[in-house]
Design a protein around this ligand. Structure first.
Ligand SMILES: [Zn+2]
Length: 433
């Protein structure tokens, strides 16, 4: 296994395709979520509208959780000059995984292999007082890896990676607390997504010259991460040879349907990059001090987490992630105008809604075609005149008719809360059968 550049995860791990029926590559094509084209290049998937809808909800979810946890978001370019990665150490320790430089006049530009160097420069661009720390800088940003074409496929081995990334710049005394909080954010996000880690790994350096040399800093970082794991109360195993080149990390390991393990989320404490970039803050004593960088990724790369969610749910996503959340099924052409009105109302409330038009087949055939849609509303002659709907849930439950406005508002609230339940027991509109 080659060295990892950062807390992105695992493009070098095993490709995940568990049970054949739940292979994300097969489902991704069947459900029109993503695909590739030889002219765009292998390992460079594009996202179709339904896949993009899932991705959009996921990105909003994580940004919202980060905002609540005190992070502020930035955007930075996906390219940088070669010198930037010479400073960061990527050029010396990670070059074989980087795209070759592009010559532009007298400059050499590189597609970035991680976001850390850009965030270090953004931090360095302004002076910082100890009062501003911890400064939590987050970005869902692109990075690139020169995977060989022979090993590419689906969303798990890609050359372009969208990483849920953040760097916390803090004092040495704050680092452990920040890492504990990051680990808790990871655990909360996993719970909301239904993701269950198989183990926590303390990833240490191994033999060979691929790690930056400074034994004292490594020992300090390992001691802090061990404290973080112990305070978090999670069992963990240490593994040599799995660290980033600049520091140790906590890796949250997930397994696919076939039991193959990969890293989804990471937390790292880094003393190296702040040195390399000569970062500082002004302390209470008026003097310059070196901050620590805590690197962390809560849901890993968008590609890998979506691949896992596709396999985990077999396409029947929780309502908040579902590409189509509400399907309106007019019994006949006569109810089509009411179905269209309901659809527009759902769209206005921020829901993803579609009308399954009678010209697409019998009602039974349309219901079968919409079997993965969490909320299905059949609009008959009665519903067309009294503004009530009788919802069918994807899990087979049928609810008593309720006012349409109430139905949409309730679905909207469940979606906004990222609720895993389609319709909590005891809610109005209780099942009639
Ligand atoms: Zn980083």
């Amino acid at each position: 296994m080659r060295n990892q550049p950062s807390h992105d995860n695992a493009a070098h791990d095993h490709e995940s395709h568990g049970h054949p029926a739940h292979d994300h590559r097969k489902l991704g094509r069947e459900l029109d979520l993503f695909d590739t084209d030889p002219l765009m290049g292998s390992g460079l998937p594009y996202w179709l509208p339904d896949g993009a809808a899932i991705r959009h909800s996921l990105e909003e979810f994580i940004r919202d959780r980060e905002r609540r946890a005190g992070y502020r978001h930035v955007y930075s370019p996906v390219l940088g000059k070669r010198e930037l990665y010479e400073i960061s150490g990527h050029w010396a320790h990670y070059r074989e995984d980087m795209f070759p430089p592009m010559e532009l006049g007298s400059e050499e530009m590189v597609l970035r292999p991680s976001l850390c160097p850009h965030h270090a420069l953004i931090y360095r661009s302004r002076s910082h007082s100890y009062r501003e720390l911890p400064l939590r800088m987050a970005e869902l940003g692109g990075m690139y890896r020169s995977e060989l074409s022979g090993v590419l496929g689906g969303l798990t081995r890609v050359r372009a990676i969208q990483l849920n990334d953040a760097h916390i710049f803090c004092t040495p005394e704050q680092a452990a607390d920040e890492a504990v909080a990051a680990l808790e954010l990871i655990r909360e996000a996993h719970r909301a997504l239904g993701v269950v880690p198989v183990r926590y790994r303390l990833s240490l350096p191994g033999a060979g010259g691929k790690y930056v040399a400074d034994p004292a800093l490594w020992e300090r970082a390992v001691a802090l991460l061990t404290e973080v794991l112990e305070r978090s109360g999670v069992p963990f195993e240490a593994a040599e040879g799995e660290a980033a080149f600049y520091g140790p990390k906590i890796d949250v390991q997930i397994a696919d349907g076939a039991g193959r393990e990969f890293t989804l989320s990471t937390v790292q404490i880094d003393f190296h990059q702040p040195e390399r970039f000569n970062l500082h803050y002004i302390g209470a004593d008026g003097a310059k001090h070196r901050p620590v960088m805590v690197h962390r990724s809560v849901i890993g790369s968008v590609e890998r987490v979506v691949a896992h969610l596709i396999e985990l749910y077999g396409g029947a996503f929780p309502a908040w992630l579902a590409p189509v959340q509400v399907v309106l099924l007019p019994v006949s052409e006569a109810e089509l105008p009411q179905a269209e009105r309901f659809r527009q109302r759902c769209l206005d409330l921020g829901l993803r809604a579609e009308v399954a038009d009678p010209e697409h087949g019998s009602l039974g055939a349309r219901i079968r075609a919409a079997r993965l849609v969490p909320y299905q509303a059949v609009i008959g002659a009665k519903e067309a005149v009294d503004d009530r709907v009788a919802l069918r849930l994807r899990d087979g439950r049928r609810l008593e008719p309720l006012p349409a406005e109430e139905a949409w508002a309730r679905i909207g609230a469940l979606v906004a809360a990222c609720d895993a339940e389609l319709w909590p027991e005891g809610a109005s509109g209780r099942p009639e059968s």
